[in-house]
Design a protein around this ligand. Structure first.
Ligand SMILES: Cc1cc2nc3c(=O)[nH]c(=O)nc-3n(C[C@H](O)[C@H](O)[C@H](O)COP(=O)(O)OP(=O)(O)OC[C@H]3O[C@@H](n4cnc5c(N)ncnc54)[C@H](O)[C@@H]3O)c2cc1C
Ligand code: SF4
Length: 558
């Protein structure tokens, strides 16, 4: 139909190209294996990212209709937003790469073999590869207003806000060493959600995937949606897919490919859905663990609460979408709050649908009245209406709105299951309510310190009492036995040698920080184990220099 032809078989077939799939695929290709990456979404160039209203109207992925790069799914009590495309969630993510506190790994569900010290070398590798660091403003610019207001309010409320590591390039134009892609420094446009037009974001397609394709002959097959994985004895697994046309999304054809090893990396919902179908519908993987679908977590996400009428001007659309955080441990919970940028296009949309303030209504009347007077020649010589226009925009609700993203240790007690062949989430906030109460307490303190009024998350209001997560986790969790987990500590599926899950689905608890770095580090670790059958040690030349190794390069040589 289009693109390069897929071969009959590969050493490794990877399903999905987000943080789990792209990183595992890249390292395995670097280790000399032939690798095919099957991705249901399309490949994006920076000039394709949506900006106009017409482009945004097609930016959500719908099977057989739009090859968009975002997917929004609504379930009972929780909604999920996730990425689709070569590079997965990195295309639209907010660039934050954070290591969770060590205490997260001690909270009971993680296998003993995985702790912060075990994970640190792998964290370091991903941070190097994505050039992740705190925001240094581009030349001629200061920190965004939003960042400064967040830092000031957080400190005043008694917390210790700090800049977070973000994978955003801010210094001078240069070529990405892996992909050759020319990257301009960040222009503070605030559109990280819709993809970066200047390639300032260090997304997976221009880092790990590009390196794997250029130097190690990994092959990427966009618009390939995997339906089923079946074992074929000692030869590995047959992966069945539908290949969609780029120009006619309704048209597709079936195909299959054999992988001696198969890495499922379709995201928490995608991987769990695929394996549930293989176990319960196609009945080709009957010995998958009974724990499949357990321990779903929304990572304690609490999206877009905010401070209205903050004392300082915020301009929430300016600069990279997240820049700073504050952390707090209560007796039982770990909580992180970050500033949250919103693209200007959404802010203008919000201004249009929110009920207007009194000052805005009087502003409109004043503008209309003066305009008519001047148009009929009364008040001649005072023809400018600039003052009235400025006042009207200033009286909007968003210029002084400081939005937040909260994350915390929710109970991770959701259940993923199939309903009519589609993934569904059975989730209740009952066991997580205390954590959300504690989180809102912090948000109220910060709002007061910002001189404004606290507004809760829009979906959390009565009667919906719902959450939206951008960080779905769990469903195929890792662990120490096949009764309570789906994969072992390396991501290999119990009872199915050579079949792996490597993505957010294997994380067994909320992380209380943005998860991409942990997913990436688990993928680095899974690939290292596949190639060496052990953890990275001091003797390895690819161990990062910060941990006593030798690797200074961005892409450690295996
Ligand atoms: C708006 C937004 C902002 C975010 N910002 C941050 C942030 O700043 N920091 C952070 O750490 N996290 C952030 N996240 C979360 C982050 O994007 C995810 O945690 C991460 O991408 C998950 O990685 P993954 O490998 O599990 O899956 P994904 O990155 O979702 O990749 C899965 C891939 O598999 C593909 N796929 C699914 N099913 C199939 C199938 N059947 N066949 C073939 N392909 C399939 C999907 O199209 C997708 O490309 C954000 C998320 C959103 C929505
Ligand atoms: S704000 Fe985000 S989208 Fe805009 S240039 Fe910077 S990194 Fe790119």
């Amino acid at each position: 139909m289009q693109g390069r032809a897929i071969k009959d078989s590969y050493d490794v077939v990877v399903i999905g190209s987000g943080f789990g799939g792209a990183i595992a695929a890249s390292r395995l290709a670097q280790g000399g294996m032939s690798v095919a990456i099957l991705e249901r979404g399309r490949r994006w160039q920076n000039s394709d990212f949506p900006r106009t209203i017409g482009q945004v109207s097609e930016s959500f992925w719908t099977r057989g209709k739009y090859h968009g790069f975002l997917e929004y799914r609504a379930f009972k009590r929780i909604d999920v937003i996730q990425g689709v495309g070569v590079g997965g969630g990195s295309l639209h993510y907010f660039n934050v790469n954070l290591r969770p506190p060590a205490a997260i790994f001690d909270r009971g569900r993680w296998p003993e073999r995985i702790s912060r010290p075990t994970m640190d070398p792998y964290y370091e590798l991903v941070e190097q590869m994505l050039e992740s660091q705190p925001l240094t403003p581009p030349e001629g610019r200061d920190l965004p207003n939003r960042t400064r207001a967040f830092q000031t309010a957080g400190s005043k409320a008694g917390y210790a806000p700090e800049l977070v590591n973000i994978a955003v390039h801010t210094r001078g134009a240069r070529q990405n060493p892996r992909s050759g892609v020319v990257r301009q420094p960040c222009v503070y446009c605030g559109n990280c959600l819709f993809g970066c037009h200047v390639n300032a974001k260090n997304t997976l397609d221009i880092t790990y995937i590009a390196a794997a394709e250029r130097d190690h002959a990994a092959e990427v097959f966009p618009l390939h949606l995997v339906d089923c994985i079946e074992p074929i004895g000692r030869h590995g697994y047959r992966v069945n897919f539908r290949r969609f046309r780029a120009d006619q999304p309704r048209v597709s054809e079936e195909g299959s490919v054999i992988g001696k090893r198969v890495v499922v990396a379709a995201g928490s919902l995608g991987s769990t859905e695929l394996l549930l179908r293989c176990r319960d519908h196609f009945k080709v993987l009957p010995d998958l663990s009974p724990a499949l679908g357990n321990w779903f977590s929304g990572n304690g996400d609490f999206l877009i609460p905010g401070t209205a009428d903050a004392a300082a001007r915020i301009d929430p659309g300016q600069g990279p979408s997240i820049t700073a955080k504050l952390s707090h441990s209560t007796g039982d919970n770990i909580i992180t709050i970050e500033d949250l940028g919103i693209p200007d296009s959404f802010l203008w949309f919000l201004e249009g649908i929110l009920p207007p303030r009194h000052s805005r209504v009087t502003g409109w009347i004043k503008l209309a009245w003066n305009y008519v007077l001047r148009s009929v020649g009364i008040a001649a010589g005072q023809g400018r209406v600039s003052d009235e226009i400025n006042a009207l925009v200033q009286s909007g609700r968003t210029p002084r709105f400081l939005p937040y993203l909260g994350m915390g240790t929710d109970a991770a007690d959701g259940q993923l299951r199939l309903v009519d062949g589609e993934i569904d989430i059975d989730w209740s906030h009952k066991n997580s309510r205390k954590m959300f109460r504690e989180m809102e307490q912090i948000l109220k303190q910060v709002s007061q310190a910002a001189g404004g009024r606290y507004c809760t998350s829009p979906l959390w209001r009565w009667p919906l009492r719902k959450l939206l997560t951008a960080h779905p986790l769990g469903g195929c969790v890792l662990g120490s036995d096949p009764e309570h987990s789906v994969v072992d500590h390396r991501g290999e599926v119990w009872n199915y040698p050579g079949l792996y899950v490597v993505d957010g689905a294997i994380i067994p608890s909320a992380l209380a920080v943005n998860p991409s770095l942990t997913i990436g580090a688990l993928a680095e670790r899974a690939a290292f184990w596949m190639l060496r059958d052990r953890d990275m040690g001091c003797e390895d030349s690819d161990r990062p220099v910060a941990l006593g190794g030798q690797c200074r390069s961005q892409l450690a040589v295996l």
